[in-house]
Write a protein that binds this ligand. Structure first.
Ligand SMILES: *[C@@H]1O[C@H](CO)[C@@H](O)[C@H](O)[C@H]1NC(C)=O
Ligand SMILES: *[C@@H]1O[C@H](CO)[C@@H](O)[C@H](O)[C@H]1NC(C)=O
Ligand SMILES: *[C@@H]1O[C@H](CO)[C@@H](O)[C@H](O)[C@H]1NC(C)=O
Ligand SMILES: *[C@@H]1O[C@H](CO)[C@@H](O)[C@H](O)[C@H]1NC(C)=O
Ligand SMILES: *[C@@H]1O[C@H](CO)[C@@H](O)[C@H](O)[C@H]1NC(C)=O
Ligand SMILES: *[C@@H]1O[C@H](CO)[C@@H](O)[C@H](O)[C@H]1NC(C)=O
Length: 302
């Protein structure tokens, strides 16, 4: 963890010639929220600012945040069978990204004009308004039972610019199918990690290079204790399974092929389900480093 913090500090120094005042601030740490990771083991291979998502006196999930992109690398959470309606969105920000001394509890955006340190340190609602992208939750509200946890997913540090064709189409269908599969066949904890793959070129941003658009979203779950009498179509989907979804119809088709006969509004936003190994192969290929999503690829016996 220390070396990870040092690495992200080095990056910050490179990015902000302003010196190390921000560095000192960047001491986020997953220690208080390791319960959201299988075997308390956060994914390895990605560097960023850890955020333990704190709301209404408790921790609800964990996010690795990229300050330069002003979007998350991934959010990690425990799935619980949902009940009730999606809360009405009250979008929140993280004071501790703007002020190192602030307590790390997310807060609803105040009325404009916003404090400049908040605007500099993270994405704000204005970045998304009038863009051609919707606010795509990595940790979706519908994977949670408690009202509080659902509400806590409405922080912009858990959100990436996502095309509506994906967000209201194949990606939402994936979230529903994971919901159904885990609700029906997972007998105990289900750990989920959902993240992004950046473009290889550097030219997809919202609002004057403020907020980076991802080319793909990915997701993987780990459910160590599951019902062994699985239907045939789910045979290879436990204890772990994964998927990658397109966020751009113009992307090439090597990772996720396009279904040419899909409904027009969803065409080019396909999701491909795959094993965890296959997902990690693509992550390695695209991020040029080994990424491990779950400890021992979720193969442990606990
Ligand atoms: C969004 O666009 C509308 C119509 O062009 C404009 O009235 C409004 O001020 C814009 N909002 C923001 C936040 O830029
Ligand atoms: C905050 O938590 C308390 C205790 O768990 C709960 O009763 C209350 O409804 C929560 N408040 C909000 C705004 O979710
Ligand atoms: C999630 O799964 C539960 C249990 O099967 C079901 O009751 C609920 O309607 C599902 N929610 C969504 C949004 O699909
Ligand atoms: C496992 O699934 C089978 C078939 O769907 C069902 O009959 C059984 O009750 C399930 N067992 C548990 C422990 O949920
Ligand atoms: C796809 O490419 C076309 C033509 O170059 C362009 O007009 C369009 O904006 C692109 N779509 C996305 C989502 O980038
Ligand atoms: C392609 O989309 C059509 C229309 O939604 C669907 O019926 C078909 O099963 C899809 N094909 C594949 C290979 O997913």
């Amino acid at each position: 963890l220390l070396s990870k913090m040092r690495r992200s500090c080095a990056l910050l120094v490179l990015l902000f010639a302003a010196g190390c005042s921000l560095c000192a601030a960047d001491v986020g740490d997953f220690t208080p929220c390791l319960q959201f990771f299988y075997r308390s083991w956060p994914p390895k291979g990605l560097a960023g600012t850890p955020i333990c998502q704190h709301f209404n006196n408790s921790y609800h999930f964990a996010t690795l945040y990229s300050r330069p992109r002003r979007t998350p690398w991934f959010s990690a959470y425990l799935y619980t069978v949902p009940a009730g309606k999606r809360p009405s969105a009250s979008w929140k920000y993280e004071p501790q990204l703007a002020y190192p001394q602030a307590d790390g509890t997310m807060k609803p955006f105040p009325r404009p004009p916003l404090d400049q340190n908040i605007v500099e340190s993270q994405a704000v609602e204005h970045d998304y308004i009038n863009s051609t992208y919707s606010r795509g939750h990595l940790n979706p509200s519908l994977h949670h039972k408690s009202h509080d946890t659902r509400d806590a997913t409405f922080t912009l540090t858990n959100v990436v610019p996502q095309k509506t064709g994906s967000n209201d189409g194949p990606w939402e269908f994936l979230e529903q199918s994971v919901n159904h599969t885990l609700a029906t066949y997972c007998l105990k904890e289900a750990y989920v990690v959902t993240g992004i793959i950046p473009y290889q070129s550097d030219d997809h941003w919202l609002n004057n290079h403020r907020v980076a658009v991802p080319e793909y979203l990915w997701s993987a779950y780990c459910c160590p204790k599951y019902n062994q009498s699985l239907p045939k179509e789910l045979e290879n989907t436990f204890p772990t399974y994964a998927a990658i979804g397109r966020n751009d119809p113009n992307s090439s088709e090597e990772i996720v092929p396009v279904n040419k006969t899909a409904k027009k509004q969803f065409r080019g936003y396909d999701v491909r389900k795959m094993s965890l190994q296959t997902l990690e192969m693509y992550l390695k290929d695209r991020l040029s480093t080994v990424i491990s999503v779950f400890n021992e690829q979720c193969s442990g016996s606990d």
